[in-house]
Design a binder for this molecule. Structure first.
Ligand code: PDD
Length: 286
């Protein structure tokens, strides 16, 4: 497998970084995960804009221009085996000669990217829906940044796996924030509810697509704080992300969500999402 590391394309086995890398020592870095369908990146501009926003948020200069990132992506995507891929971009604050929390001076960032096969949930999983648990959100107050310090997300997601579930819904001060690795939508009395994009959640690229599609097709929606009680009494709950697309959650903490089966709004949104994705991919051919 070919990966990109600090300006070079090389086999994964030859890609080496220093143990003093600040990503390793402090989790001091940022990342993006970009879905690629039929070898074409989906919503690349939006992912690169969020990467820039996260870099600005941690005061790290972007090592590449948008064209530079596009070129890295193009080569990785061309060399990978599968047509549908998930591309990881990662930038850390580099490796200094000592361990000091404060920013190092004159140290180049570490820039890494690689592609792996994209495996989205299949028809069977979407038809069955998935189970989730909920926990109090233990994270910091910059959850809008896509940083690699993901220990709280890792522990939350493992709690789901330990409970035989797929995702963990994070609740903060009685309000819905998001999932351990996804955004969460609620359907209540025919209205799609989405939490606002503030410090409590990652501004998902899929989240934006879902709201755009709701607007385009006339599905009523509201972006506002969502109370835990509304999550627990939802007719439908969905998780969304670049790799899971739009996936219905059918049980929460062992209780059925609505009817306990995937709801009609989720099926509708997934159909719009798939059609939109295919439309965008076709346009990329022109
Ligand atoms: N995770 N919230 C969190 C905490 C996430 O980690 C993710 C995505 C999302 C959804 O964002 P998007 O729709 O842009 O993928 C929301 C990625 C897939 C990951 O960490 O692998």
């Amino acid at each position: 497998m070919t990966v990109y590391l600090n300006g070079e394309f090389l086999p994964l086995a030859e890609a080496k970084i220093s143990p003093l890398d600040r990503g390793f020592l402090f989790g001091d870095g940022v990342y993006e995960v970009i879905p690629v369908y039929s070898r074409r990146p989906f919503r690349l501009d939006e992912h690169l804009a969020r990467l820039q926003n996260t870099l600005d948020g941690i005061r790290l200069a972007n090592p590449l221009s948008p064209e530079g990132w596009r070129a890295v992506l193009a080569r990785l995507v061309a060399e990978a085996e599968s047509d549908d891929q998930s591309v990881l971009l990662q930038v850390t604050r580099g490796a200094d000669s000592k361990r000091d929390h404060a920013f190092p001076r004159g140290v180049p960032p570490t820039v890494f990217a690689f592609s792996s096969p994209l495996v989205t949930p299949g028809e069977v999983v979407r038809a069955a829906g998935i189970s989730a648990i909920s926990v109090p959100d233990p994270r910091w107050k910059r959850c809008d940044l896509k940083v690699i310090s993901l220990l709280a997300n890792v522990l939350a997601r493992q709690q789901a796996v330990d409970a035989g579930c797929v995702e963990t819904i994070l609740l903060r001060d009685g309000l819905l924030s998001e999932g351990a690795a996804s955004n969460i939508f609620v359907v209540h009395d025919g209205v799609l509810l989405a939490p606002p994009k503030d410090w409590r959640m990652l501004p998902g690229v899929t989240y934006d697509v879902v709201l755009e599609l709701a607007a385009r097709h006339g599905m009523p929606y509201q972006v506002r704080d969502i109370a835990e009680s509304e999550v627990r009494s939802a007719d439908e709950l969905w998780m969304t992300s670049s790799t899971k697309e739009v996936l219905p959650i059918v049980t929460l903490d062992g209780q059925p969500v609505g009817s306990g089966r995937p709801g009609p709004a989720a099926a509708q949104m997934y159909a719009w999402y798939a059609a939109f994705r295919d439309e965008v991919m076709r346009k990329a051919d022109d």
